[in-house]
Design a protein around this ligand. Structure first.
Ligand SMILES: [Zn+2]
Length: 424
């Protein structure tokens, strides 16, 4: 990356409160953007790397990344469809149930989803005869949504768009932002748009990875360019308040190894504030989640984990063992870089049609079908699709039976063979 690279901007102030007392708390190596696969290994290996260090705001406690990639560049080759992601349709069905318990979804109720991807979240609302509207900048995902009968605008959320939707469709009883709340750089503009869209008695639901889960699970895999905010409740409450909104309920969900689902209303709206908000706040205070020292301790744990895993892999390579990766996942580039796996993996297995036959970004590692795992029998296979570690281990018994090992990187380095965990 050169200083003149316009694809990345380094913020100097907090994303939530605009204070300039931001401090770097986790040092990481710059990584290439994820989801960049090339059929030319040299081009794949030469892709630029951008910083992903983690910062904390001393004023409000918000934990965030300050190196912001130009969204058009970041999202230009996005191959993720939420409807295809394991467990997501079921998760969205549960979300629908949750929303319908909190608000009356009478026929014709307007439900708007920001960052709606292929429309998977809106599907159950449509089935319940709500009026649904999705907004997403990704061309392919929007085409899929519209083809599936979920009306979706291909655009970024902006104040002008929010005004237009309100004028054309009326106020929304439900606004969701399930995929974008951790991804937007200008969160102030985002929540102002949400306030414009919301009916006075409406509810806004969001989901984002929860800081405490990231710390407890040492989830290095989730630290990549798309994830700009690592939310916790305390800074969010103050932020929403400044924008005329209030957090009325929070819930922790297990999806993606731990997330936070928040319910928000316009300040002074009809819903009382649920005890869940107070309880989680008390828990955050006890865990000292808003303290720089807590995040520094997390950073030290990350360093320890990186050193342990990379020295193990280096040792295996020195012994002449073969090492592969499982899953050309979005978290691949960060795991490969942070754990020193570059030039240590012979290949990565994945069945995604857009990835097979290509090379992993920034590293030039070939992506081959999962059937190759048994054919090539690498001694060790590092799980890069970390969210599905247990499933991958369960579904590949034959690889283990023949002498293979799976390696899980977080929260601690685990090596698994046919008999279970191996002492390392
Ligand atoms: Zn702040």
């Amino acid at each position: 990356m050169s200083a003149a690279d316009t694809r990345v901007t380094h913020r100097t102030t907090c994303r939530l409160c605009n204070a300039s007392e931001v401090e770097r708390v986790v040092d990481l190596d710059p990584i290439p953007l994820s989801e960049r696969y090339s059929t030319d290994p040299k081009a794949a290996a030469a892709l630029p790397r951008f910083p992903i260090d983690v910062y904390m705001c001393r004023a409000c406690g918000h934990v965030q990344q300050l190196d912001v990639i130009d969204p058009d560049y970041l999202w230009s080759s996005y191959t993720y469809y939420s409807g295809d992601a394991k467990g997501m349709p079921e998760h969205f069905a549960q979300i629908f149930e949750k929303v319908s318990r909190k608000i009356d979804l009478a026929e014709g109720t307007l439900v708007v989803d920001i960052g709606s991807n292929d429309g998977s979240l809106l599907k159950p609302f449509k089935q319940a005869k709500c009026r649904v509207l999705g907004i997403d900048p990704a061309v392919d995902a929007v085409q899929r949504a519209n083809a599936a009968g979920i009306p979706t605008l291909q655009d970024y959320m902006s104040p002008a768009l929010a005004e237009r939707i309100r004028a054309e469709h009326g106020p929304a009883k439900v606004v969701c932002a399930f995929n974008v709340f951790a991804h937007a750089d200008d969160l102030s503009s985002m929540v102002d748009c949400i306030r414009t869209l919301l009916a006075p008695d409406g509810l806004f639901f969001f989901e984002a990875q929860y800081l405490q889960d990231i710390i407890d699970g040492v989830l290095v895999a989730t630290l990549f360019h798309e994830h700009l905010s690592h939310h916790s409740v305390k800074p969010l409450i103050a932020f929403l308040d400044r924008h005329g909104l209030e957090l009325i309920a929070v819930e922790r969900a297990r999806i993606q190894h731990g997330s936070l689902v928040g319910t928000v209303q316009v300040k002074g709206g009809p819903h009382p504030i649920d005890a869940s908000v107070r309880d989680l706040l008390a828990n955050e205070d006890e865990r000292r989640l808003d303290q720089v020292e807590t995040l520094r301790a997390f950073g030290a744990k990350v360093t320890q984990l990186r050193e342990r895993a990379s020295s193990l892999v280096a040792q295996w390579r020195a012994e002449g063992k073969t090492v592969a990766g499982y899953g050309a996942a979005r978290s691949g580039p960060t795991l490969i870089t942070q754990f020193g796996l570059k030039s240590k993996l012979d290949f990565i297995v994945d069945d995604h049609p857009q990835k097979v036959g290509t090379y992993e970004s920034g590293d030039g590692i070939p992506v081959v079908p999962t059937a190759e795992l048994i054919k090539r029998m690498p001694d060790y296979t590092i799980i890069l699709a970390w969210v599905h570690s247990e499933l991958i281990i369960k579904n590949n018994r034959n690889y283990l039976e023949r002498g293979g090992h799976f390696v899980v990187l977080c929260p601690s380095t685990r090596v698994v063979d046919k008999d279970g965990d191996v002492q390392i």
